[in-house]
Design a protein around this ligand. Structure first.
Ligand code: CP
Length: 388
């Protein structure tokens, strides 16, 4: 995915939140904005009110989060046994529309959807008509018209999935990471990993998050989920990469990495985006590694059972030393494994919501009724993908 291609995705007119100023390659976070451009117009779709969509962890209740974690844990048990694919999502088409690079998220969504029996389509944005000026909204409307039930969207602009969800009639939108806003399935897999490491208890625990807080959708989802579940979060990083008003998210701030790590039950190192050097937010990678990189000595400041997380991809020797990434406290590959289970749970949640009477089940029933009427009169047969 080149920056030229990102720039080639037209910005929908009037979509204030869907602005290229919020791209992950953007500039410093404006104070008070936490990296999210202010929005004019109607409020975002509430994912809590409309479970067809999965747009963020912010606003999800504690019971909803715990239910999703329990569902994901059950999916993980099933996945472990290598059983044949299920049919939960049989007849459901899931389009994976990644308008920004991804390895873990895209692959695990695809595996999860296939294990549940869905038809999966990987939308190759680089070879698509986006490059001829077609908008993302028109593109997703095509998927909808083709009968897709769910679209998984990664986009460099904060708010893009929520904006799409507001425009579309029937398709469910799942956020696979939007600009500097949220990465909710990453947040859920982080919660699942910590729930296991912490024997199921979030209250009384503390996680340190280290690095580029300003531009991190991973941090934002983790803070939203963890604080809802009663865990304290301490953030720290270079002053240019920690928003002035970050406490408004419900976390604490430390100027010292050592203080943040001391006695914490875990640490999450964030990926350092190298483009920050170009925007002058960091003087040098070597200085970042010296001041903020996780070394074995620093990690030893954690509580005895404290664990190390990283969303990936890891810049070894920058955010953490090899010995930490591959050490006994590391849960990085556990996070990746949990990603498939979490995405199974989320896909099922959205697909189940779409099947409810106000969703496509009703549309299908109406279509079936009209088909049977016309079949009885003309002998024609019809139907639509997604029928079960
Ligand atoms: N953690 C994460 O989002 O990784 P990918 O960019 O590889 O999907």
């Amino acid at each position: 995915m080149t920056s030229e291609m990102v720039a080639a995705v037209p910005t929908p007119p009037g979509a204030g939140i869907f602005s290229t100023s919020g791209t992950s390659a953007g500039v410093a976070t404006a104070p008070g904005e936490l990296g999210i451009p202010r929005q004019d117009g109607p409020p975002p779709v509430s994912h809590a009110a409309d479970p067809r969509h999965f747009l963020g962890l912010e606003g999800l209740t504690r019971p909803t989060l715990l239910t999703l974690l329990a569902d994901a844990a059950r999916e993980r048990e099933w996945l472990k046994h290598g059983e044949p694919n299920r049919r939960d999502l049989a007849g459901v088409t899931v389009v994976l529309a990644f308008i920004e690079d991804s390895t873990r998220t895209r692959t695990s969504f695809e595996i999860a959807a296939q294990r549940l029996g869905a038809n999966t389509v990987v939308f190759a944005s680089g070879a698509s008509s986006l490059n001829k000026g077609e908008t993302l909204l028109d593109t997703v409307r095509l998927f909808e018209a083709m009968g897709a039930a769910l679209v998984v969207v990664r986009h460099p602009s904060s708010g893009a999935p929520a904006w799409l969800a507001r425009q579309l009639e029937s398709i469910g939108v799942l956020n696979a990471g939007d600009g500097m806003h949220e990465h909710p399935t990453q947040g859920l897999l982080d919660l699942l990993t910590l729930q296991d490491a912490w024997q199921g208890r979030f209250e009384g625990r503390r996680l340190a998050i280290v690095g580029d807080i300003s531009h991190s959708r991973v941090a934002r989802s983790a803070i939203a989920g963890l604080t809802t579940l009663g865990c304290r979060v301490t953030v720290c990083g270079p002053g240019t990469l920690v928003p002035a008003d970050v406490e408004e998210l419900g976390c604490e701030v430390s100027d010292s990495l050592e203080d943040a790590l001391a006695g914490a039950d875990g640490v999450m190192a964030l990926r350092l985006q190298r483009e920050r050097m170009e925007t002058g937010l960091l003087p040098a990678i070597s200085e970042y590694a010296r001041l903020w990189g996780l070394t074995p000595e620093r990690v030893d400041l954690l509580a005895p059972e404290g664990v190390v997380l990283h969303p990936g991809p890891v810049n070894r020797g920058v955010e953490m030393a090899h010995e930490v990434a591959d050490g006994p406290r590391s849960r990085i590959l556990t996070q990746v494994a949990n990603g498939v289970a979490v995405r199974c749970a989320v896909l099922r949640r959205c697909a189940d919501a779409i099947r409810r009477p106000h969703g496509f089940t009703a549309a299908l029933a109406a279509a079936a009724a009209s088909t049977s009427t016309s079949a009885s009169t003309s002998g024609a047969a019809g139907g639509r993908e997604g029928s079960r």
